[in-house]
Each structure stands twice: as structure tokens, then as C-alpha cells.
Design a binder for this molecule. Structure first.
Ligand code: PAF
Length: 281
């Protein structure tokens, strides 16, 4: 597995792969790999001849009071795991390589970021779309793979690709969960054993909403009230948002239908966790 640190070297390598007639997949990551990341890598490798994993903790998507400095890092462990999952190259630039001081351009999707996580993480999605657009121009993949756990991120990136006519296929991979249902996340490593138990309330509240819908409840505010009370029964929880929304526009809905998205963000202690699911009849 090759480790590539500069934009120029990555672009030259990708050009050579494309000219040789091979297809190229990209899995963009911020590292600290768990089974969720490795599932994305294996799915990407199944679809393409060569796999690039990018490993870059992107400073521009963290707010001033967020966990950029504390974000868990394990470069040596990550390189081993990426190689075992089939990566051919890891693109691992420095912050200076990605953001020269002279840079003046960012990529902004207009409406989709103004919902869900975007409401409490101002500027977050501008940071994500800008870095992902740069990664697309640097790695030049045919396919890029993202997790559905970050549903809004996947929607915003898909919109960017469509609006800017980027010739890249975006693949979304279902959320990978621990045996007890907790969605895998690098941030789970922040949880104390007691908080870890409370964190289960996210997935269980998705199951609760699904059960209510299945039993015939169609009113979003009723399901939301049940879910809110259920989550708050768990110690150390504070709700950022619970949204029942249209899965394409992310606009809140009053009436639940087959396919309505339920998305939530909950602080458990100091850790902000997200999860989502689509309601099924
Ligand atoms: O999902 C992530 O890990 C990041 O938001 C991404 C897509 C790698 C961009 O920094």
C-alpha cells in the first residue's frame, strides 16, 4: 500500500491509473477506523480496480467550540487496517497541503445544510463540501463511497455532485452497528461506560418511532413527543434535534408516510451522537 502526501503526487498517480484503463474508488475519511469505515472500504474495492482512502482530519468542518484538537487519531493503526481492507493507496495530506494560505474558494450547497445538523453546526457542511470537492479533484475517482449514518452529509455531497456535473458515482452504504445497535462512530470512544448505555437510546428511539408508525400513528408531533420523553429518561442525555422529515429535501413533515426520515442528534455527556432511519410500513 502506497502512502501519498502531496496533491501533485496523488494527481499524477490517479492519472496513470486512469490512463491504464483501471477504475478508481475513493473513501474519504478522518481516520480512527472502525468496522464502519472498513465496510465502506470493502464496498468500494468491490466496485473498482483500485482503492484510495483519504485520511485527513479536516479543520474547516469543525466549529470553534468543537472537538478538532481532541478528535481521536491513530495513524499507524489506521494504515494497517486500511491495507487489510484492500486499500491500494492512502492519501494523507497535511493541513498546509490542503489549504494554502492564499486559498479563497469554497463550495457551498444552498438549502440542504439549513436543516438537521446544519442548524447547530454553522459552516460545517461548507467545510465538508469544500474538502470533498478538493478530494474529488485530487484523487479523480470514478466512485466515492460514504456512510448513510451521516445521512445529511451524503445528501449534501450528492447534491453538489449533481449541481456541479461532477462525473463521479456516489455510493451510500448502510450504517454499521455494534451488536447492541449503537451506530459505529469514532466519537463513541469518548463515552464512559454509563454514557455508553444511554447512547443506546438513539437506536432504540428509532425502533420506537418505527413501531408507532407501524401501529398506525401518522402524526409527526406525537411520535416526536414519545421519542423525546424516551431519550430523556436516560441519564446524561440532552437532545439537539429530533426530526421527522422528507428524505430528499430534509424539510420537517407533519404527516408520516412510508420512507419518512427520522434523524436525531443527542448529546450524551459531552459527546454529540447522530443516527437516522427511514420509516417503513
Ligand atoms: O465523514 C467524514 O469523515 C468527513 O466528513 C469527510 C467526508 C471525510 C470529509 O472530511
Amino acid at each position: 500500500m502506497e502512502i501519498i502526501k502531496t496533491v501533485h503526487h496523488m494527481q499524477q498517480t490517479s492519472d496513470a491509473i486512469r490512463q491504464g484503463g483501471e477504475s478508481l474508488a475513493l473513501v474519504p475519511t478522518m481516520g480512527f477506523f472502525h468496522e464502519g469505515h472498513l465496510t465502506l472500504m470493502r464496498a468500494a474495492k468491490d466496485h473498482c480496480d483500485r482503492l484510495v482512502v483519504s485520511l485527513f482530519v479536516n479543520p474547516t468542518q469543525f466549529g470553534p467550540n468543537e472537538d478538532f484538537e481532541a478528535y481521536p487519531r491513530d495513524t499507524q493503526g489506521d494504515l494497517k487496517k486500511a491495507e487489510d481492507a484492500g486499500a491500494d493507496m492512502v492519501f494523507m495530506p497535511s493541513a498546509g497541503e490542503m489549504y494554502p494560505e492564499s486559498a479563497q474558494t469554497s463550495v457551498v450547497v444552498k438549502d440542504l445544510p439549513n436543516h438537521l445538523c446544519g442548524l447547530s453546526r454553522s459552516g460545517h457542511f461548507d467545510g465538508v463540501t469544500t474538502v470533498v470537492a478538493k478530494l474529488f479533484h485530487i484523487v479523480k475517482p470514478h466512485v466515492a463511497v460514504f456512510g448513510q449514518k451521516d445521512y445529511q452529509q451524503l445528501s449534501v455531497i450528492s447534491r453538489m455532485v449533481m449541481d456541479l456535473d461532477m462525473d463521479i458515482q456516489i455510493m451510500g452504504v448502510p450504517t454499521v452497528r455494534e451488536a447492541d445497535g449503537l451506530a459505529m462512530s469514532s466519537r463513541n470512544s469518548y463515552l464512559s461506560p454509563e454514557e455508553r448505555k444511554s447512547a443506546l437510546s438513539l437506536k432504540k428511539s428509532l425502533d420506537l418511532a418505527q413501531r408507532l408508525f407501524h401501529e398506525g400513528e401518522k402524526k409527526a408531533h406525537i411520535v416526536k413527543d414519545f421519542v423525546r420523553s424516551y431519550i430523556l429518561e436516560h441519564p446524561h442525555t440532552e437532545i439537539d434535534y429530533i426530526s421527522l422529515c422528507d428524505s430528499v429535501t430534509l424539510e420537517d413533515v407533519n404527516t408520516l408516510t412510508d420512507g419518512t426520515l427520522m434523524a436525531l442528534a443527542v448529546r450524551v455527556g459531552k459527546t454529540r451522537l447522530i443516527d437516522n432511519g427511514r420509516l417503513k410500513k
